[in-house]
Design a protein around this ligand. Structure first.
Ligand code: NAP
Length: 263
C-alpha cells in the first residue's frame, strides 16, 4: 500500500544549486537536503560555503559538498558539473539560482555594469543549464532544471508610488532568462529534460537588505500578502518541479510573489 500523504522523497536524487550557500539558494539547498538529496552547492567567493555545506550535511545526514565556480566561465562550469557528477552523482537536477543586480539610474549605467549583471543572470544560467544538459544528453538520463528568475521579468519594482527602483539591467536580464528557459524547454524536451523558472517576489536576503527601510515598507505594503517572503517560502515550488510529481511541467514560469502581479 502507498504511504499516506504526498511524499517528496529525494533520496535517489542529486541536485546542483548555484548560489546555494546563502539567501534563496541556501533555502533551496536546505530543502533538497531535507528531502534526502545529495546536494552540490556552487558559490563564487564566500569563504564559509564549505562550512555551510558540512553543517547541512550533518543536520540531514546526506552528502553535501561546496564547489567554488564562477558560472560566467563556461569551461569551468562544465568541468565542475562533470566533477560533481563523479563525486556526488549521478546528477538529476539543477537549480540555476546565482544572480546579481546593479542599482543605478539608467543614465549612469555602462557596459561594465551590463556585463556584471548579464554575465551571471543570463550567461551564467545558460552555462549551468548547458553543463547539466551535456551530462544528461550523453548518458540519455534526462533531468529537471529550475531557473531562479524574478517577478521583475514582468514588472518594474517601485521605491515609492510611481517611482522606479533603478535597475534596468537586472529587470531586462530576468526578462531574458525567463524567455531563455522557454527556449531550452522547447529544444530539450526530446532529451527528457524539463526547464522551468521559479520567479520570486520580494524576499528577505542580502540582495534586499541594503535597501532603505522606507522603500521596503512601501514595497511590502503594495502587495496583497503585505510582507516580504522568507527564503524558505520559495522552496516548495522548486521541490515540486524537481520531483517526479512535476513530470508534465516544462517551459513555464511560476511566480511566488505574495500576489504582487495581481496589480
Ligand atoms: N532577494 C529577492 O528579493 C529576489 C527576488 C527575486 C529574484 N531573486 C533572485 O533570486 C536569486 C538569489 O537571490 P538572493 O537574494 O538569494 O541573492 P544573494 O543573497 O545576493 O546571493 C547571491 C548568490 O549568488 C552567488 N553568485 C553570484 N554570482 C555568482 C557567480 N558568478 N558564480 C557563482 N555564484 C555566484 C553568490 O555566491 P557568493 O556568496 O560566493 O558571492 C550567492 O550565493 C537571484 O537570481 C536573484 O536575482 C531574488
Amino acid at each position: 500500500m502507498s504511504p499516506k500523504g504526498f511524499v517528496f522523497d529525494f533520496s535517489d536524487k542529486c541536485i546542483i544549486v548555484t548560489g546555494g550557500n546563502r539567501g534563496i539558494g541556501y533555502a533551496f539547498s536546505r530543502a533538497m537536503a531535507q528531502a534526502g538529496a545529495r546536494v552540490a552547492i556552487i558559490y563564487r567567493s564566500s569563504k564559509d560555503a564549505p562550512e555551510i555545506a558540512e553543517k547541512l550535511s550533518k543536520e540531514f545526514d546526506v552528502k553535501i559538498k561546496a564547489y567554488q565556480c564562477n558560472v560566467s566561465d563556461a569551461e569551468k562550469t562544465t568541468e565542475t558539473f562533470s566533477t560533481i557528477d563523479k563525486e556526488l552523482g549521478p546528477v538529476t537536477g539543477l537549480i540555476a539560482n546565482a544572480g546579481v543586480s546593479v542599482v543605478k539610474p539608467a543614465l549612469e549605467l555602462n557596459s561594465e555594469d551590463f556585463q556584471q549583471v548579464f554575465n551571471v543572470n543570463v550567461l551564467g544560467v545558460f552555462n549551468s543549464a548547458q553543463a547539466a544538459a551535456k551530462l544528461w544528453v550523453h548518458s540519455k538520463r534526462g533531468g529537471s532544471i529550475v531557473i531562479t528568475s524574478s517577478m521583475s521579468s514582468q514588472i518594474i519594482n517601485q521605491v515609492a508610488p510611481n517611482k522606479a527602483l533603478t535597475q534596468v539591467f537586472y529587470n531586462s536580464s530576468k526578462g531574458a532568462v525567463s524567455n531563455l528557459a522557454k527556449g531550452l524547454a522547447a529544444e530539450w524536451a526530446q532529451y527528457n529534460i524539463r526547464v522551468n523558472t521559479v520567479s520570486p517576489g520580494y524576499v528577505n536576503t542580502d540582495q534586499t537588505a541594503h535597501m532603505d527601510k522606507k522603500i521596503r515598507e512601501h514595497q511590502a505594503s503594495n502587495l496583497p500578502l503585505g510582507r516580504f517572503a522568507e527564503p524558505h517560502e520559495m522552496a516548495g515550488q522548486a521541490i515540486l518541479l524537481l520531483s517526479d510529481h512535476g513530470s508534465y511541467m516544462t517551459g513555464a514560469e511560476y511566480f511566488v510573489d505574495g500576489g504582487q502581479l495581481v496589480w
